[in-house]
Ligand binder design. Structure first.
Ligand code: ATP
Length: 210
């Protein structure tokens, strides 16, 4: 048994997110991959989209994939979102022995040292980083040292312990972003095939991003 977490704003969720989520789930052989929308400060929320609507779109996108789960844990907690709090909360739910993976993009890894209690993250989970070939890791400084200390290229080693390591893997990064979907919607252009049809329908029905 093992669990993976994949956080984001998901405003809205799109095919790039879903593709990477299934690749993480397959690679890590997890029982479930929880996609967790973060709460947004009011100025980042577009005027017409609520947290409930981001969650509804995520649920609509995942309805055919029982392995991918929409988890509203951070929205329920409210206030500023700190990943370390989420990890503590999930560890309470699943106990200390089960492998727990936090999946992030290499761009996120580069700014990890700005996160609250970032050095403690691997006390609770493994960090699995999606990195395309030719990626640039930080070369010097505390974050670079921390990455070197925790890096483990053997995925089997991660699967055999519950937390503590950092693994870099090559996953598909489709050239799609939520920003592009919001911009196209605003311009009245089609957003078909950038996000599942269920999400396209939801956006149209609720007049989001207009
Ligand atoms: P925005 O355009 O609003 O900034 P976004 O499309 O980047 O949004 P987020 O919800 O911010 O989406 O991203 C959540 C996570 O998904 C991040 O770890 C990010 O690296 C990853 N991600 C975003 N877009 C893609 C993509 N096309 N392929 C793979 N991973 C992606």
């Amino acid at each position: 048994m093992s669990v993976a977490l994949f956080g984001g704003t998901f405003n809205p969720v799109h095919i790039g997110h879903l593709r990477i989520a299934v690749e993480f789930a397959e690679l890590l052989e997890v029982d479930s991959l929880r996609m967790i929308p973060c709460s947004l400060p009011p100025h980042r929320e577009t005027l017409t989209v609520s947290a409930d609507q981001r969650m509804a779109m995520l649920k609509a996108a995942l309805s055919d994939y029982p392995q991918l789960v929409a988890d509203d844990l951070e929205l329920q907690r409210g206030g500023p979102t700190y990943t370390i709090d989420t990890l503590r909360q999930i560890r309470q739910q699943i106990g200390s022995d089960m492998p727990l993976y936090l999946c992030v993009g290499v761009d996120v890894l580069a700014t990890l040292d700005s996160w609250r209690e970032w050095r403690q993250l691997t006390h609770y989970c493994h960090l699995v980083v999606s990195a395309r070939p030719n990626y640039q890791l930080p070369e010097a400084g505390p974050l670079a040292d921390w990455i070197k200390q925790h890096r483990c290229d053997d995925l089997q080693q991660l699967k055999q312990c519950s937390a503590g390591k950092l693994h870099l893997c090559d996953t598909t990064m489709l050239a799609i972003s939520s920003t592009e979907i919001r911009d196209k919607s605003r311009r009245g252009e089609t957003i078909d095939f950038l996000t599942p049809a269920t999400v396209v329908n939801y956006i149209h029905q609720h007049h989001l991003y207009e």
